[in-house]
Design a protein around this ligand. Structure first.
Ligand SMILES: Nc1ncnc2c1ncn2[C@@H]1O[C@H](COP(=O)(O)OP(=O)(O)O)[C@@H](O)[C@H]1O
Ligand SMILES: [Mg+2]
Length: 198
């Protein structure tokens, strides 16, 4: 892979790999500490490649569209997509009040911050209200903990593209709305049970 990327925001020089998910790797950018770029992997397993070719060929662009259509009540909890093309997404790296980088929920466990969990509940409430049943946001890797000050911590979702049947094409039952709703709710409950310390 080249270590630079031509974007609408100019030529970006990729620095370190700062994370890796099922379908994308995430890189910091030289001289732009607040930004990162998520690049679609090319070395996917056969099944993932097939899934991506058939159903999720445009996930980066889909993530951008999802961002622009989020309900106002909860948009602030989603890390903005600044630019998206077929192969990449340019986005922010969430930062805390002291300038340090925010960490994922998984890396912040145990998590007992009261405000944080109240805001998570709010996200769940509105996503359910508007029937936006994401299947990947209540997830320890995809949600970060942004510290606004010592006591006020808020969730920031950095990956939000799994929505609808196509994100799990092997699970035919997800063609049913009721099943998608059930899975969304189950994921939320599992997430809270796993990471919330009372
Ligand atoms: N905005 C971001 N700031 C910091 N780290 C990020 C950001 N976006 C992604 N990452 C890191 O890269 C990993 C992979 O990115 P993600 O968008 O979750 O890819 P995938 O779609 O493959 O799950 C994340 O789990 C996280 O560790
Ligand atoms: Mg992810």
């Amino acid at each position: 892979m080249d270590n630079f990327l031509e974007t609408k925001n100019g030529k970006l020089v990729l620095d370190k790999k700062i994370g890796s998910g099922c379908v994308r790797d995430c890189y910091s950018i030289k001289n732009k500490e607040e930004l990162c770029v998520k690049i679609s992997k090319t070395n996917l397993s056969f099944l993932r490649k097939l899934q991506s070719m058939l159903f999720r060929n445009q996930i980066n662009i889909e993530e951008y569209k999802i961002y622009t259509n989020l309900p106002n009540e909860i948009k602030m909890y989603f890390n903005p997509v600044l630019e998206a093309e077929k192969k990449y997404v340019l986005t922010n790296i969430p930062q805390n009040y002291d300038g340090s980088y925010s960490k994922s929920v998984k890396d912040s466990w145990p998590l007992s911050n009261e405000k944080f969990w109240k805001e998570v509940e709010k996200i769940y409430y509105y996503l359910d209200k508007y029937k936006i049943w994401f299947l990947d946001v209540f997830n320890g890797n995809n949600m970060f903990v942004k510290k606004e000050n010592e006591t006020d911590w808020i969730p920031i979702i950095i990956d939000y593209k799994r929505i609808g049947w196509k994100s799990f094409p092997g699970q035919i039952h997800l063609l049913l709305k009721s099943e998608r709703e059930k899975k969304f709710k189950r994921r939320y409950e599992r997430f809270v049970n796993k990471y919330k310390i009372k």
